[in-house]
Write a new protein. Structure first.
Length: 228
């Protein structure tokens, strides 16, 4: 699987998640036509992420969101009642689509080696397809109320646990050497985060997302695999 193939899968799930957000918030969203809701939610989310990644979510005003999204102030309030509610929707969208695609991609019948490779590619390709979301989730955590910070940190640990669980299973299968699987998972996560937090660096070096995925896989392979 390369990034082009992954993008097709992502687009299918993205549409599903927008429908899911509509279903969850159906009572509060005061627009009846579903296609209009989905189209405008996408506009709102993209505008909110663009503004937030430029100057921070807390500094974003409803007026600036209206201008960026192309929707009137009244239209915005038909979808959410406050910035806090919008933040909840943004967090839910990011988390749901990430774990849904992880579940779809990492097949339980694969051996640990194949699952680890797939997990690395999936996370990296997701962060490329959803770069504004990943950057937003990382940068905005520190500005959230304590309870939302804890929720964001739990989501971070859950995604890291995907890697540590695969490495633990590989140790049981005698594919990987017995190492510090939690620290290894943390190192993998840090390498993956570098892609979307310092994207300019890889653009300047003309490194593609597929090349970076292959590099991380080979780097981790040299550490966790049992020598022949």
């Amino acid at each position: 699987m390369d990034f082009v193939e992954f993008r097709k899968i992502y687009n299918i799930y993205k549409d599903e998640i927008y429908n899911e957000i509509l279903s969850i918030n159906r009572n509060s969203i005061r627009v009846k036509k579903e296609q209009t809701v989905i189209k405008n939610l996408e506009k709102i989310f993209e505008a909110a992420l663009k503004i937030s990644n430029r100057k921070g979510f807390q500094a974003m005003s409803m007026r600036s969101l209206s201008k960026e999204s192309g929707l009137s102030m009244g239209a915005l309030y038909a979808y959410f009642s406050s910035k806090e509610e919008l933040l909840e929707m943004l967090q839910r969208q990011h988390s749901n689509i990430m774990f849904r695609i992880f579940e779809y991609q990492i097949k339980p019948d694969l051996d640990a080696q194949a699952r680890l490779n797939t997990a690395i590619r999936t996370h990296l390709y997701l962060s490329e397809a959803m770069r504004p979301w990943f950057y937003f989730a990382y940068m905005e955590t520190k500005n959230m109320p304590r309870i939302k910070q804890e929720r964001a940190m739990e989501s971070e640990l859950l995604s890291e646990k995907i890697f540590s669980d695969i490495i633990k299973e590989g140790i049981k299968q005698k594919i990987f050497i017995n190492n510090r699987y939690e620290l290894t998972a943390g190192a993998i996560k840090a390498l993956l985060q570098d892609w979307y937090l310092k994207r300019w660096k890889y653009s300047r070096r003309k490194i593609s997302v597929d090349e970076y995925a292959a590099f991380i896989i080979n780097l981790i392979k040299s550490y966790v695999f049992k020598p022949n």
